[in-house]
Each structure stands twice: as structure tokens, then as C-alpha cells.
Design a protein around this ligand. Structure first.
Ligand SMILES: [Zn+2]
Length: 63
């Protein structure tokens, strides 16, 4: 399990795989930060994914 904190609030998410984390983040963003997703253009989405990939690789492990 790895831990990632939401970029727009203090929610902590845990997941075993990157895909699982992305799914959780997506659902969370769609319910809590819909405007962030809907307002993001391609460049912002690309930057977000780059940041997420980096954060995922560096994320602390949790049991
Ligand atoms: Zn959030």
C-alpha cells in the first residue's frame, strides 16, 4: 500500500497499485473537486499526471 494526499484537500488515499490510486483519486475529484477536473485543459492534465507519477514513485509505503 502507498499513501498519497489529495492535492486539493487533506484527504489521504491508500492504494496497492497506481491504477487503483488513480481510480480513487478520480472518483474523489469528481465528487469533491469536480471543477478542478472539468476546468483542466490538456496541458494541466498532463502536468497533473506527471506530478502524480512522480509522487506515486516517491510515496511512502504503508501496511
Ligand atoms: Zn480532495
Amino acid at each position: 500500500m502507498k499513501i498519497i494526499k489529495c492535492y486539493n484537500c487533506d484527504l489521504i488515499l491508500k492504494a496497492k497499485t497506481k491504477q487503483e490510486m488513480l481510480n480513487q483519486l478520480y472518483l474523489h475529484y469528481m465528487s469533491e473537486h469536480e471543477k478542478v477536473i472539468l476546468g483542466a485543459d490538456t496541458t494541466k492534465k498532463k502536468l497533473w499526471m506527471e506530478k502524480f507519477n512522480k509522487d506515486w514513485s516517491e510515496a511512502p509505503k504503508a501496511e
